[in-house]
Design a protein around this ligand. Structure first.
Ligand code: KIV
Ligand code: ZN
Length: 521
């Protein structure tokens, strides 16, 4: 009996989790990330035990190339992947970017649907097969870990897809990824497509079948899981479902469905699910894409029981209304940890426990000084406060043109709010005063008197990091100038100060020389 159970456990396949938050996720308008931000997210993905991290599209811009290279140099436990069109120069860029990785992959793609081949590529099917094969051969010069995607596979003809897949596998592709690029497929149809391909492509056993589903009809997760039930063993997904247009399949939903319904799936992932909520918060903080409260797994209400009947049921027996435990995805990890009297050692130990490594003793000291300041204003310091504090410190270490020196705001009933601000611009202090519709508006106007950035404000949002009115507010500001879009973040118990910090962070990013372009431009 025991032996049989053991056999059953060991026979489960491994479902490879390929995270593309840093590539497809970044293609959401306004979600562009700096190199440092990509590295921070990549480290969290590694902590979560993601198998493959697609870090970017190196040929898209120098900024993207440098980001993939930086991620490849710091990540040791996950494979780092670079995307490339099926062109030698793109593949060479991706190959160079992943050179330093402990384990690297090149992902190359070419469209195979009639509409893409005819209208976009202006190529015949024969030419597409030839170019796909050439691209895979070329990529194999850099690495033996090569993935090929027939773009818009979801609208491609089955016979032609079989032909392309057979050819690229023979050329050396070790993973073949079937994208539903435009989110058009239905779960049953997509599952059948995967089964048919696996059965009909003669050398299908030589490659891992992967899927990459977009969410235009809200079916990305359902389609991916249907594919898994039909033999796909890699799923491409993103944290919070971020991605081009309506996004990609949400990693947290894929992972938790497979884990919760082990009675249905013959595979499982290696993900450390307790890291999911931290990853979700990190990505939403950096990109400024808020998570809706009723979002599965990572929404603030995902485990909140409001109705009396439900609360009563859960208190009597948890499983009456809960199919997963909040702590299994990292919700309750946010326990009260430190306070005003906590010492440097307790602070450092807690940072290590939640997976934050500070690079130097100076960085620990600077973060500890900030922690003490915060503890003076806020009684209980939670893990999420520590995360925000370290992000703030990381920003302070970046090359900043503008730094906040002081801010004084006045808002009184019946009076026009005004703000007096002192900034250091390249070290030289400048001050300005402005009035506005409210204290935040007045502060931003005062900053603009000094900076005169010409940027357009696309987004301003505030979230409380923990609960209670003494919580830190985390502000995201999205600015656009000359076709470039950047996000700035700031955290403070005073939301006007947090707002000014976020605005300056965004302005500093606009100032940075690093070339950043939307990956598809
Ligand atoms: O959606 C898509 O087809 C893609 C490919 C590059 C895999 O993102
Ligand atoms: Zn995509």
């Amino acid at each position: 009996m025991h032996g049989a159970k053991h056999m059953e456990l060991t026979m489960k396949d491994h479902l490879i989790i390929f995270d593309t938050t840093l590539r497809d996720g970044e293609q959401s308008p306004g979600a562009s990330m700096t190199k440092e931000e990509k590295v921070r997210i990549a480290k969290q993905l590694e902590r979560m035990k993601v198998d493959i991290i697609e870090a970017g599209f190196p040929a898209a811009s120098n900024g993207d190339f440098e980001s993939v290279k930086a991620v490849a140099s710091v990540i040791k436990d996950s494979t780092v992947c670079g995307l490339a069109r099926a062109l030698e120069r793109d593949i060479d860029r991706a190959g160079e970017a992943i050179q330093g990785a402990a384990s690297g992959r090149i992902h190359t793609f070419l469209a195979t649907s009639p509409i893409h081949m005819e209208k976009k590529l202006r190529m015949t099917p024969d030419q597409v097969v030839e170019q796909a094969v050439k691209a895979v051969h070329w990529a194999r010069k850099w690495t033996d870990n090569v993935e090929f995607s027939p773009e818009d596979a979801g609208r491609s003809e089955l016979d032609f897809l079989c032909r392309v897949l057979e050819a690229v596998i023979a050329a050396g592709a070790t993973t073949v990824n079937i994208p539903d690029t435009v989110g058009y497929n239905m779960p049953q149809q997509f599952g059948e497509l995967i089964r048919n391909l696996r059965e009909r492509v003669p050398n299908s056993d030589k490659a891992v079948f992967s899927v990459h589903c977009h969410n235009d009809l809200g079916l990305a997760v359902a389609n991916s899981l249907s594919a898994v039930l039909n033999g796909a063993r890699q799923v491409e997904c993103t944290i919070n479902g971020l991605g081009e247009r309506a996004g990609n399949a949400a990693l947290e939903e894929i992972v938790m469905t497979v884990r919760t319904r082990q009675d249905v799936f013959t595979c499982d992932t290696g993900i450390d699910t307790t890291q999911i909520v931290s990853a979700s918060r990190l990505v939403s903080g950096i990109t400024g894409f808020a998570v809706q409260p009723n979002k599965a797994i990572v929404g603030a209400n995902a485990f909140a029981h409001e109705s009396g009947i439900h609360q009563d049921g859960v208190l009597k027996h948890r499983q009456t209304y809960e199919i997963m435990r909040a702590e299994d995805v990292g919700w309750s990890a946010n326990k009260m940890v430190l306070g005003k009297h906590s010492g440097r050692n307790a602070f450092r130990t807690r940072l290590q426990e939640i997976g934050i490594e500070l690079e130097s003793e100076e960085a620990v000291n600077a973060a500890f000084a900030r922690f003490k300041e915060l503890a003076d204003k806020k009684h209980e310091i939670f893990d999420d406060d520590l995360q925000a504090l370290v992000s703030d410190e990381a920003q302070a270490q970046e090359q900043e043109v503008y730094k906040l020196v002081s801010l004084k705001v006045c808002s009184e009933t019946g009076e026009t709010p005004h703000a007096n601000i002192v900034l250091a611009e390249q070290g030289a202090e400048k001050q300005a005063r402005a009035t506005g519709g409210g204290p935040v508006d007045a502060s931003f106007k005062a900053i603009e008197i000094i900076v005169n950035s010409g940027a357009e404000l696309l987004l301003y949002s505030v979230n409380n990091i923990t609960s209670g009115t003494d919580a830190q507010g985390e502000v995201t500001v999205r600015l656009s100038r000359g076709g470039r879009i950047v996000n700035g973040q700031g955290a403070d118990t005073d939301i006007v100060v947090a707002s000014a910090k976020a605005y300056l962070h965004a302005l500093n990013k606009l100032h940075s020389k690093l070339e950043r372009a939307h990956p598809q431009v």
